[in-house]
Design a protein around this ligand. Structure first.
Ligand code: CDP
Length: 211
């Protein structure tokens, strides 16, 4: 498959399987991979570390502007508080503006697979292929609960996730939404292997059509 400088956008709601899928696609296609959620997670983390409020636009934008590559490999970017902080800073226009150039530069160098919420709509509206990966709210809550080792009530994970998806989809700037030319991939009934195969089929069809 012709992968040189190809941009594959993988967007969708929380715990839909974007990360696992995007990482595998990148390895298979020989493309760099960027988990753009890490940029928002690390920004939220810096705000929490400073004892500030992630919903405070000034504090959030200042954190995004002082983000360094090393912040993305911190091991304390996941968990309920981090999910919440990431989605609060992500609703701040100044944060999104500060993180946009890094994402574009990353993809423009050698092509890339990027996963997030606005890759196909804002970051790379001209992406070669756009996948919108989703799954039922129940399946996604079960997956996130399992990722956390089954700790705590499932209903709590489901409620947190619903609140975050509503915030991500309802914000004014770069809301979570499929691009008009995105291909929907529902992974509710698919395991990681089946989702990978389905995505490869979508990419192959698209690349062949535009070749
Ligand atoms: O892994 P999960 O799907 O739960 O979340 P993530 O992809 O790591 O993203 C964490 C949060 O960052 C999301 O809830 C969004 O608020 C925000 N985000 C965004 O706004 N735009 C992106 N391109 C990626 C993430």
């Amino acid at each position: 498959m012709r992968a040189a400088r190809m941009i594959v956008a993988v967007d969708g709601p929380a715990a839909a399987g974007k990360g696992t899928l995007a990482r595998r696609l990148a390895a298979h296609l020989g493309l760099p991979y960027l988990d753009t959620g890490l940029l928002y997670r690390a920004t939220g983390r810096l705000v929490l570390d400073a004892g500030a409020d992630p919903a405070d636009p000034a504090a959030a934008e200042a954190a995004a502007r002082r983000l360094r590559a090393a912040d993305l490999s911190r091991t304390d970017l996941r968990g309920p508080a981090q999910d919440d902080a990431a989605s609060k800073v992500a609703a701040v226009p100044g944060v999104r503006a500060a993180l946009l150039e890094f994402q574009r530069r990353f993809g423009e160098e050698r092509g890339a697979v990027l996963d997030g919420r606005d890759i196909g709509t804002v970051v790379f509206p001209q992406a070669t292929v756009k996948l919108f990966v989703t799954a039922s709210a129940e399946a996604r809550a079960r997956r996130r609960h399992a990722e956390r080792g089954g700790q705590g009530p499932l209903a709590e994970v489901a409620a947190e996730m619903a609140a975050r998806d509503a915030r991500d989809a309802g914000r004014d700037v770069a809301p979570l939404a499929p691009a008009p030319d995105a291909v929907l991939l529902d992974t509710t009934a698919l395991d990681a292997e089946a989702a990978f195969r389905a995505a490869l089929g979508i990419i192959a069809a698209k690349v062949k059509l535009s070749a």
